[in-house]
Design a protein around this ligand. Structure first.
Ligand code: HEC
Length: 124
């Protein structure tokens, strides 16, 4: 009985740790706390990685590889409208379009989130 209880507690705490970051949290080089974090966690991390490192579970299967989002130089080379267009319309053969899935304000939140990943993701 006690064992079953302990197992339940262990499983519950593991589930909490695995939960996606909630907006408002700030914890170092992760996407936690950025605008659109929940959207990023849901739609983007499978390819771009939980911290925008280009190392999501699907990344090895893609050619070209998913863009590394933790890259300030790349981020600064793209305008907001270019990032929004890539999300809305897709890019190349491997980046899907999200224009039918996400609303314009959600895409704008993701653009803001990408800026945060690029700038904060590379902090020591
Ligand atoms: C199925 C895998 C996959 C998913 C899911 C995915 N991406 Fe991508 N993404 C890619 C790949 C691959 C590239 C590189 C495409 C290329 O360079 O041809 C890319 C490129 C990009 C770029 C780069 C455009 C540029 O100008 O360099 C942005 C921005 C981007 N993705 C944002 C997102 C966002 C935001 C999401 C979630 C809403 C997302 N991606 C979801 C695979 C994915």
């Amino acid at each position: 009985m006690i064992r079953a209880l302990l197992l339940t507690v262990a499983l519950a705490s593991a589930a909490c740790r695995a939960a996606p970051p909630s907006p408002g949290q700030r914890s170092g080089p992760t996407v936690a706390g950025l605008e659109g974090a929940a959207l990023y966690a849901r739609y983007c991390t499978s390819c771009h990685g939980a911290q925008g490192g280009g190392d999501g579970v699907n990344a090895p299967n893609l050619d070209p590889r998913p863009r590394l989002h933790r890259d300030p130089a790349w981020s600064r080379s793209r305008s907001d409208s270019a990032l929004a267009a890539a999300i809305r319309d897709g890019r190349g053969r491997a980046m899907p379009r999200f224009g039918r899935t996400l609303k314009p304000h959600e895409i704008a939140d993701l653009v803001a989130g990408l800026r945060e990943i690029a700038e904060k993701g590379n902090r020591p």
